[in-house]
Design a protein around this ligand. Structure first.
Ligand code: HEM
Length: 164
């Protein structure tokens, strides 16, 4: 067993832990807790934006590291399309990569909804509540899709690991 391989998998696992663990923490622990802290939807979204921005500082690098280490781990197989489709391992890897692409797109849209000008409007209380509600719905749905995709990617990682 090559030590480089172990370290590569270790980094891949740390990044996956930060990405998936962090998103699940926000969705299952922090978000429901926020509802008990303030009844004002505007205040809640303001806090959530701050938490999201902070989380992004480690979440985005983690996602990038996951892609780099994952692609490095599998570039030999990924560069041989005929071999890729000949084994279940290759098919699972292909599905995993497609799910990762879907994840990146979903997350990018999720973050893009709260771009700087939108954030400034919300923070300075210049956005009508109706508009905030509409934005919030979209953000929540995309956030949920992000978590579901991440957990599904973990399932494909398990399939790859077992080598069925
Ligand atoms: C382009 C993106 C990615 C590629 C190409 C990739 C590729 C791989 C490969 C080749 C393995 C080794 C599987 C094996 O044979 O045992 C692996 C393992 C794993 N991946 Fe990824 N991955 C990517 C993204 C992700 C993401 C986004 C997550 C988390 C949501 C993730 C989580 C894991 C986990 C937990 C393992 C298990 C480690 C193991 O037991 O080997 N990966 N990945």
């Amino acid at each position: 067993m090559a030590i480089e391989q172990v370290i590569l998998t270790w980094i891949h696992l740390i990044a996956a832990t930060i990405w998936v663990g962090g998103s699940i923490f926000i969705g299952i622990v922090f978000s429901p807790l926020l509802k008990t802290i303030t009844t004002s939807m505007e205040e809640r979204i303001q806090i959530m934006i701050k938490v999201g921005r902070r989380f992004n500082k480690i979440a985005v690098p983690s996602l990038i590291i996951l892609m780099i280490t994952g692609l490095y781990n599998s570039h030999l197989l990924l560069s041989k399309p005929d071999l890729l489709m000949a084994t279940s391992y290759g098919v699972f890897l292909t599905v995993k990569v497609i799910l990762v692409i879907a994840l990146v797109i979903t997350y990018a849209v999720h973050v893009r909804i709260i771009r700087k000008e939108v954030e400034n409007k919300i923070m300075s209380k210049q956005m009508p509540i109706k508009q905030i509600q509409k934005l919030r719905k979209k953000i929540i749905i995309l956030g949920e899709i992000t978590v579901v995709l991440s957990v599904t990617i973990l399932f494909f990682a398990a399939l790859l690991d077992v080598g069925v």
